[in-house]
Design a protein around this ligand. Sequence first.
Ligand code: ZN
Length: 241
Amino acid sequence: MRYGIIADIHGNLEAMRAVLDDCRQEAVENIICLGDIVGYGADPAACLDIVMERGITSVAGNHDWAVVEKFSTEFFNPIAAEAVAWTQKRISSQQRHYLENLPLMLETREFVAVHGMLNHPEQFFYLRDIEDARDTFYLMKRSVCFVGHTHVAMVLKESGGLVEFERSVDFDLKDGVKYIINPGSVGQPRDGDARASYVIFDTAIKRIHLKRLDYDVATAQRKINALGLPSFLAARLSIGQ
Ligand code: ZN
């Protein structure tokens, strides 16, 4: 199976289209989304339509659940909270229902997927480094766990109690090693690279491959500004921060 692992679309339709086009060219058979379909970007409804119509399997992100009031915005920064309120007015009741029913975790034969981390997934903690990863490695029943949420692509490799952190997400899976992999963000990368980010997981050859794609950033920015979202959300897309 060739999986496309995507995360943190955040209502960015232009970035999402670029990634889905690339998945087609790469002969991806199954797309898995690690949450945050909505929030920040100008096209939450269009992005949800695509996810729902294509039957893309997704787990819940903190923004997905904040929009349907299943997760508090108490600790969101003011700009993120404003984007949540804006998004609430722009999705249908059917889409709301879809977001409410997203699961916190997804398990396949080959991997587990979650937005933040495996311990207390409903609290959406950030898995950024070796220290954060300890409980998730402990809870993993599969050798691969995909996480999103930080918008920064990385991999943590655990073998014999030792954990290595790498920013380069391009490798062959080895037996006896556990992996926590973040594919970066489709719609709002924060690693200084403005291109959309996602991962291809080919289970037949046990290979993980990160892809970065140019997309129409200017159109995504124009829509954010035209529709009255905070202009910071448009500006950050140019610099990938
Ligand atoms: Zn996010």
